[in-house]
Design a protein around this ligand. Structure first.
Ligand SMILES: C[C@](O)(CO)[C@H](O)COP(=O)(O)OP(=O)(O)OC[C@H]1O[C@@H](n2ccc(N)nc2=O)[C@H](O)[C@@H]1O
Ligand SMILES: Nc1ncnc2c1ncn2[C@@H]1O[C@H](COP(=O)(O)OP(=O)(O)OP(=O)(O)O)[C@@H](O)[C@H]1O
Length: 297
């Protein structure tokens, strides 16, 4: 018997970053939006815990116990005194090290799949606690839709979304490490008093109304200058998308994937074609939001 779970990627439509905390993390006002790019995680009973991965970026995915999917299975098994002997297969469509929470998606997916396979009866609250232990983005991968994340991004409040948003994502030639981008943020802000991160009411209103123009006016990413400092060529990708008619162009989370909000499905295709033709990215994807969270298929 196997269980397969489908889990979405995310884009951060607001990422307000506070100063570094004593534990090394940063307080955030992090507005997550799940988008329709998915990984599928399948768990099957096996002799021992092992991981396989397929997909365009599979070679960059660790297949040992550092993989967030393995860590999720091990933590759930530990809590319920179960044998974590499962084969976890990840069919990976979310770009790796792209700022779209691909590893987090696999962590949430493996957790939900193992929970269903083993019938632990864990509450939603307990699953969310395990997700938060695995990483700041992992709880959102479980819930999907749209949510405000505070603390280090793991404390979620669901947000209403009143329409469909059309996105183009441009994948970069190489990845960026999330800790390195936060370190660069700290370096660039040395000596500066960083205000408390505050979520934007205009952004919430835009999401609730499903208003793309209003959303475009409200998006922001405090990590963008740090990502651009480490990867200056991303500025060319952002400019190419804007020139092709994107309403907004921003770095997705810690990058280096760039996100472009389009007024509709047709214009999204136009932006995608222009981005590819510009030669400023490796590949492009067109998709919509919001998308549901981790779902057993
Ligand atoms: C950039 C975002 O993707 C935006 O959603 C997240 O903030 C990062 O979430 P994530 O990849 O799940 O991050 P974690 O695995 O929790 O942390 C990785 C590293 O990112 C940095 N980090 C992460 C979250 C946070 N609020 N402050 C941080 O400074 C820390 O250096 C941490 O060691
Ligand atoms: N299941 C997994 N899939 C991909 N990477 C993983 C996984 N588990 C652990 N990793 C490690 O995590 C690193 C970051 O990969 P990931 O794809 O999660 O980045 P990301 O999308 O930038 O994350 P985020 O947006 O949450 O900051 C990889 O370089 C890899 O070493």
């Amino acid at each position: 018997m196997s269980v397969t779970v489908r889990v979405p990627a995310k884009v951060n439509v607001q990422l307000a970053v506070g100063g570094a905390r004593p534990d090394g993390f940063h307080d955030l006002a992090n507005v997550f939006l799940a988008v329709g790019l998915y990984d599928e995680v399948t768990v099957t009973p096996a002799e021992e815990l092992r991981i396989t991965c397929t997909g365009p970026d599979a070679a960059q995915v660790p297949l040992d116990r550092t993989n967030l999917a393995a860590r999720a299975a091990l933590e759930l098994a530990r809590r319920y005194d179960l044998d974590p002997a499962v084969h976890i297969h990840i069919a990976k469509d979310i770009p790796v090290a792209g700022g779209m929470a691909g590893g987090s998606a696999d962590g949430a997916g493996a957790l939900l799949a193992c929970d269903a396979l083993w019938g632990t009866g864990a509450s939603r609250g307990e699953l969310l606690d395990i997700c938060a232990e695995l990483g700041s983005d992992v709880p959102f991968s479980l819930v999907g839709g749209a949510a405000l994340g505070v603390g280090r991004g793991e404390q979620l409040r669901a947000l209403e979304v009143g329409g469909t948003f059309h996105w183009v994502f441009a994948m970069a030639e190489r990845g960026l490490s999330t800790p390195a981008v936060f370190r660069e943020f700290d370096r660039m802000n040395e000596g500066v008093r960083i205000p408390e991160p505050v979520a934007s009411q205009e952004l919430f209103d835009a999401l609730r109304k499903g208003d793309s123009d209003a959303l475009a006016a409200a998006v922001s990413n405090d990590l963008q200058p740090a990502a651009l400092s480490l990867f200056p060529a991303l500025a060319d990708t952002l400019a190419a998308g804007r020139a092709a008619g994107a309403l907004a162009a921003l770095v997705s989370g810690s990058g280096p994937t760039t996100a472009f909000l389009a007024p509709g499905a047709e214009s999204a295709k136009t932006v995608a074609e222009a981005l590819l033709a510009s030669g400023t990215c490796r590949s492009v994807r067109v998709t919509e939001s919001p998308a549901p969270g981790a779902t057993v298929l």
